[in-house]
Design a protein around this ligand. Structure first.
Ligand SMILES: Nc1ncnc2c1ncn2[C@@H]1O[C@H](COP(=O)(O)OP(=O)(O)O)[C@@H](O)[C@H]1O
Ligand SMILES: [Mg+2]
Length: 255
């Protein structure tokens, strides 16, 4: 019955470790041959042995501290980075709303960036032009739409990015903390749009630090801690453990 659209099987991702360089360039140079040998052999695991499945039409939340590995998971789903170990299966067209402004050009105006992004995401120029007014209206950027992107605040870039996506027809949508930089009204509008996507059967992976946002849209949640899965399950159950853990850390660190 439940069709899986994303499958991670024992996925790990590591990066070369550059501690030697940061520990001191002089020492590094003095012991160059052994330093280089050691450098090549050391790796930093951004993600360790992660297995999970996401079903079609599900809104799947990912929570966890900064640096836990959440964006790495989205990057792997989008295919912008490759796993070091394990297997990833993704069925359907993925639209990533990843790092702010990725896919945007600073010297182009908002309007020109809408065309660029729409085309990059698979629309024809004609299709983009047909949706242009509606995209601009959704963004509420007003006359800024004809100003170059370098004059935009991060919240305005987020508005533009989300407005383009809101007019696409994705199978899988990845949202990485984009709403955080927007104002409250725009966040509400985005959440409403996400609920519409959900009704249409779009699968969404949603990374957020906002417990309220996660609670209001997610069917299931995965908690990433220390580069691996700590908990995964129904939204309320995972959130309860997460909140409890955060409270514990808070009281432990208080005098
Ligand atoms: N290109 C990279 N090279 C080296 N380390 C990286 C790279 N990208 C991410 N990392 C490291 O991987 C870990 C997980 O990062 P990330 O997935 O961005 O965390 P999160 O999104 O949960 O804040 C972090 O410790 C980060 O420093
Ligand atoms: Mg991140």
């Amino acid at each position: 019955m439940n069709q899986t659209v994303i499958i991670f099987e024992r996925v790990s991702k590591s990066y070369p470790f550059y501690s030697h360089m940061t520990a001191g360039l002089k020492k590094f140079l003095l012991t160059l041959p052994s330093s280089l040998r050691e450098l090549r052999n050391r790796h930093f695991e951004a993600l360790r042995d992660v297995s999970f499945e996401v079903y079609k039409g599900e809104t799947f939340g990912i929570i966890g501290k900064n640096g836990a590995g959440k964006s790495t998971i989205l990057g792997l789903i989008a295919g912008v980075i490759k796993p070091t170990k394990g297997k990833i299966t993704v069925r359907g067209k993925v639209y990533p709303l990843l790092e702010l402004g990725a896919g945007f050009h600073k010297e182009l105006t908002g309007r020109e960036n809408i065309i660029l992004n729409g085309v990059l995401m698979g629309m024809t120029r004609k299709e983009v032009m047909k949706k242009m007014d509606s995209i601009i209206e959704f963004s509420e950027l007003g006359e800024f739409i004809d100003q170059p992107l370098r004059t935009y605040s991060s919240g305005m870039v987020a508005r533009l990015a989300f407005s383009v996506v809101a007019h696409l027809d994705p199978d899988i949508l990845l949202i990485d903390e984009v709403l955080a930089v927007g104002d409250v009204n725009f966040q509400k509008k985005c959440l409403k749009k996400m609920k519409e996507f959900k009704d249409k059967g779009v699968t969404m992976i949603f990374v957020s630090h906002s417990i309220e946002e996660i609670r209001s849209v997610c069917d299931r949640v995965m908690w990433i801690d220390n580069h691996t899965i700590r908990e995964m399950g129904k939204t309320e159950e995972v959130l309860e453990k997460y909140i409890c853990d955060s409270a514990k850390v808070f009281t432990e660190s208080s005098p």
